[in-house]
Design a binder for this molecule. Structure first.
Ligand code: AMP
Length: 177
């Protein structure tokens, strides 16, 4: 059952070669989330992994992470915390700058987003090198939270993001390429 569903999700992901730049195989989830049953199953299967973990906040990364981050928070009975690109969050923030293959990027979180009782599920659509998730983890570590887990719809195994993240938190992905 589980493997049949994940196989259906995997098959529904559209691969776009050379987007946004040459050499990248872009994994497009719009072809999955437009299908009501698959959209619900993504949420249900990821949430099931954390049913007994006492997750209090889902911290999701802009912007594709927000789509299933919101439904996951609802399903888990948790709050939702956005991690956003610089200048988007209106109140006082913590920021982190991290290296991309070419250049740098930054992320921000509200300074009052988490507290010491929180058990956090970090979420994004896709884990590639792990740089983005590691940066978001750096933001979460600014708070004295109880525990952090990380969950992704897609993992690109060859890019070893899991190894980079595993030193910091438990990592789960629904489908792997
Ligand atoms: P990384 O920091 O290398 O783990 O990249 C993860 C972030 O970049 C996520 O927010 C993804 O949405 C996006 N991303 C990286 N590679 C891809 C890809 N091949 N297809 C779709 N999104 C990607």
């Amino acid at each position: 059952m589980y493997s049949t569903i994940t196989e259906n999700i995997s098959k529904a992901i559209r691969n776009i070669p050379d987007f946004p730049v040459k050499g990248i195989q872009f994994k497009d989830i719009t072809t999955v989330i437009r299908q009501p049953v698959l959209f619900a199953q993504i949420t249900d299967l990821i949430a099931a992994q954390y049913a007994n973990k006492g997750i209090t906040k889902v911290v999701a990364i802009e912007s594709r992470g927000f789509i299933t981050g919101g439904t996951l928070a609802y399903k888990l009975g948790a709050g939702f915390v956005p991690v956003r690109k610089p200048g988007k969050l209106p109140s006082s923030t913590y920021g982190v700058t991290y290296d991309l293959e070419y250049g740098q990027d930054s992320l921000e979180i509200h300074r009052d987003a988490l507290d010491k009782d929180d058990i956090v599920l970090l979420h994004d659509d896709l884990l590639a090198t792990g740089g983005t998730a590691l940066a978001a983890l750096g933001l979460i570590k600014r708070f004295p939270v109880q525990q952090v887990f990380a969950a992704f719809i897609i993992e690109l195994e060859m890019l070893n993001g899991r190894q980079r993240l595993a030193q910091h938190c438990d990592v789960f992905s629904l489908v792997r390429f």
